[in-house]
Write a protein that binds this ligand. Structure first.
Ligand SMILES: [Zn+2]
Length: 231
């Protein structure tokens, strides 16, 4: 099925061929019949529109995505055109369109990347401050940059600038949830805000074994238990 879920909060957002989309009948409009679909992963119903970053392109989305991946990996547009047996101008056109939709393309590429680990850090910003606040103080009104980093792909998945409080952690984890498919394991310095934020975004949080690496805590967030509901 070459249709993608239009719900940005869905783990399958913008992705085609994932088996999550089912036909859901049709309805009549002035311009003809419109097909309806439902996403089994998030329950969103929607009609027949191209909801991927590459809508309106005649070529299959997979081919365009493949081309962009190769370019991201450093291949020249000419080589990509050769490998995919397509015209150089066509590849140029894809890249141009991708640039116009860069946020969507990033979102799609991120979801394709299979992020398995996320490191969470808060970095103190030194702007107009002489001393770093004592780390044992949990809450802090100073400005911090909250960062979610994928160590495997060396990509900053999300960042939030804000006070050292629960709300900033929530924003950060929510962004990760929106951008990354599936449920990666999270590492942090153990700030309790992350645990609460993970609960909010992912549901049940289970084990916390210490990992050897920098003595960080590893936190596993699990799919929400059917019996658990969070406001
Ligand atoms: Zn969905």
């Amino acid at each position: 099925m070459d249709v993608a879920c239009p719900n940005k909060d869905c783990g399958h957002y913008g992705l085609i061929g994932q088996g999550n989309i089912a036909g859901n009948g049709t309805y009549q409009t002035r311009n003809g019949r419109v097909r309806k679909y439902v996403c089994r992963s998030c329950g969103t119903s929607f009609c027949d529109r191209r909801n991927t970053a590459f809508f309106d392109l005649k070529t299959e989305d997979e081919k365009v995505l493949l081309a962009l991946k190769m370019i991201v990996k450093g291949m020249s547009m000419r080589s990509v055109a050769e490998v995919l047996e397509t015209k150089l101008d066509t590849v140029r056109n894809w890249v141009q369109r991708a640039a116009e939709h860069s946020e969507e393309v990033n979102a799609v590429l991120l979801k394709e990347m299979k992020v398995s680990k996320v490191e969470l850090d808060e970095l103190w910003t030194f702007v107009q401050k002489k001393t770093v606040p004592r780390m044992e103080r949990y809450e802090d009104d100073g400005t911090w940059v909250w960062v979610a980093f994928d160590p495997e792909h060396k990509v900053v998945l999300a960042h939030v600038v804000g006070v050292r409080k629960q709300s900033s952690a929530n924003k950060l984890i929510k962004q990760v949830r929106q951008k990354v498919a599936g449920i990666p394991s999270f590492c942090s310095d153990g700030l309790r805000f992350y645990r609460n934020a993970l609960l909010r975004s992912y549901g049940r949080v289970v084990s916390f074994p210490r990992t050897g690496l920098r003595g960080r805590l590893r936190i596993h967030a699990l799919v929400p238990d059917e019996n658990l509901r969070y406001a």
